[in-house]
Design a protein around this ligand. Structure first.
Ligand code: TYD
Length: 208
């Protein structure tokens, strides 16, 4: 299937939403169907991204604007180095977090303004957006219970921060219903996966 056009699928949602399980299930299903799949995540995914990840998630205090710029720098590099070449080669890219995470966490959570962060992210990724974004919607208290011990700067924020992030994601999905599927993260993983597959089939059917 290497002649198939590239396909870009993104998983978004609050901490503890179960994204990594869904990324794995989708990648396995696509590989079984004969697709060449690149699984990656943000922040991270490249050697520079891994260093940015360490700085922004596990370092000392980072001012909100610096945090937004670090996440944007990770994306700019990641898109140029990995994502565009993979899509140009006809691969499927399945990514754990992308631009919406910044719009929700830095824009809504940190209160930097969703529109400004959207512009920053748009510039950073050169206007490359997913064919489909799966939003795993999770209530802050459910996410907190699921992720167990707090282990990074963002996860350790209060429930009010995570509630603003959740609303930020829902607002994005509501703006572009054709490009999103919103699924309740409390559903059993197999049922979530089935919904993702069925929506992806619709997206593929609508492609030239
Ligand atoms: P994630 O990789 O999902 O965490 P982990 O795998 O360690 O559970 O995400 C790391 C954190 O980074 C998460 O709290 C969301 C945050 N984040 C932003 O604030 N902005 C961004 O642009 C991205 C990509 C992530």
């Amino acid at each position: 299937m290497s002649t198939a056009p590239g396909l870009f699928v993104c998983f978004e949602g609050g901490d503890g939403a179960g994204k990594s399980t869904q990324v794995r299930l989708l990648a396995e299903a696509l590989e079984r169907a004969g697709r060449d799949v690149l699984v990656t995540r943000q922040p991270g995914g490249t050697p520079l991204g891994a260093r940015i990840r360490e700085l922004v998630l596990h370092g000392d205090h980072v001012s909100p604007r610096a945090e937004a710029l670090l996440f944007a720098a990770d994306k700019a590099h990641h898109v140029d180095e990995l994502i565009r070449p993979a899509l140009a080669g006809g691969r499927v890219v399945v990514i754990d977090r992308y631009t919406d995470s910044s719009i929700a966490y830095q824009g809504a959570g940190r209160d930097l303004g969703a529109d400004e962060i959207r512009q920053l992210q748009h510039w950073a990724v050169g206007g490359l957006f997913p064919d489909l974004t799966v939003l795993l919607d999770v209530a802050p208290e459910v996410g907190r219970a699921r992720r167990g011990d707090v282990h990074d700067r963002l996860e350790s924020e209060a429930d009010a921060f995570h509630a603003a992030v959740r609303q930020g994601f829902l607002d994005l999905a509501a703006r572009e219903p054709d490009r999103y599927v919103v699924v309740d993260a409390a559903l059993p993983p197999e049922e979530i996966h089935d919904r993702v597959m069925s929506r992806l089939a619709d997206v593929l059917a609508g492609r030239p």
